[in-house]
Design a protein around this ligand. Structure first.
Ligand code: NAD
Length: 246
């Protein structure tokens, strides 16, 4: 069942990495709240499917095939989303590569952290005058626990720091918060979840299950909503209590 967070139907949210997992769940939950959805992804085929699913819920959706690491694509995508859906009140900075991909450290930090900075700066001029908010999908990785990917842990911790900067110095423009999922059952995590290590993690989660993408979407939408109007600069683990058992 969807929570009611006080959104104004017809407002617009932009979600990066909207074609799968957490981004898709946020997009569909936002649509069920009556929000119009700007959906960005690099996977054209999956994106087209999600855009159709959003429209089937009776709201407007606009898909943009864009790599958030590409500055020109981000600028062009932002202009296209604003042209199509009007002022963009909420931003979910969610896209990012899986930790299982071997990436060169410096390049990966530039991609994962730089892309969030690029999307945020491109979005800022397209907000309405007041009551805007941004949420980054960070992770418990790097912030609370160490994981075996150096660039993943480092970039997720850096994103939490970037959010604190925004919350302190850009609060006149928008609120900024970070959601930190624990192990969440999305396509990228399925092989790990089935591994011996994944099963060991599962045994240590006090709530006895992995997060669903909808669990993360609900926390994200709450922080973006008017119901969280005085919450700025928090780092919210959504992990079933996993990290307090470490
Ligand atoms: N699944 C987990 O357990 C977990 C835990 C903590 C944090 N996260 C974070 O949540 C976010 C979403 O992950 P997910 O599990 O839903 O993954 P997912 O693979 O299901 O979805 C990610 C989507 O982002 C898109 N994408 C990837 N790179 C992109 C780019 N450069 N530009 C535009 N789109 C891009 C992909 O095509 C995909 O559709 C990521 O930032 C991830 O690091 C996930």
């Amino acid at each position: 069942m969807d929570a009611h967070f006080g959104f104004t139907p017809g407002d617009t949210i932009l979600i990066t990495g909207a074609a799968s997992g957490i981004g898709r769940a946020t997009a569909l939950a936002a649509a069920r709240q009556g929000l119009n959805v700007g959906a960005w992804d690099i996977n054209e085929e999956n994106l087209a499917g999600v855009v159709q699913e959003i429209r089937d819920l009776g709201v407007r959706a606009h898909g943009v095939v864009a790599d958030v690491g590409d500055a020109a694509a981000v600028e062009a995508g932002m202009a296209a989303t604003a042209r199509e859906l009007g002022a963009i009140r909420m931003l979910h900075n969610n896209a990012g590569p899986p930790s299982s991909v071997p990436l060169e450290f410096t390049e990966a930090i530039g991609l994962c952290v730089g892309s969030v900075q690029k999307v945020t700066d491109a979005w800022a001029p397209h907000r309405p005058d007041a009551d805007s908010a941004m949420v980054v999908t960070s992770s418990v990785a790097g912030n609370v626990i160490g994981t075996n990917s150096d660039w993943y842990s480092a970039s997720k911790a850096a994103l939490a720091g970037y959010v604190r900067h925004l919350a302190a110095y850009r609060s006149g423009e928008f609120r900024s918060n970070a959601v930190a999922p624990g192990m969440t059952l999305t396509p990228r995590i399925a092989p790990f979840a089935e591994s011996e290590m994944g099963q060991r993690v599962l045994e240590r989660i006090p709530l006895g299950r992995m997060a669903s993408p909808e669990d993360i979407a609900n926390a994200t939408l709450f922080l973006l909503s008017p119901s969280a109007g005085y919450i700025n600069g928090v780092f919210l683990p959504v992990d079933g209590g996993w990290t307090v058992t470490q």
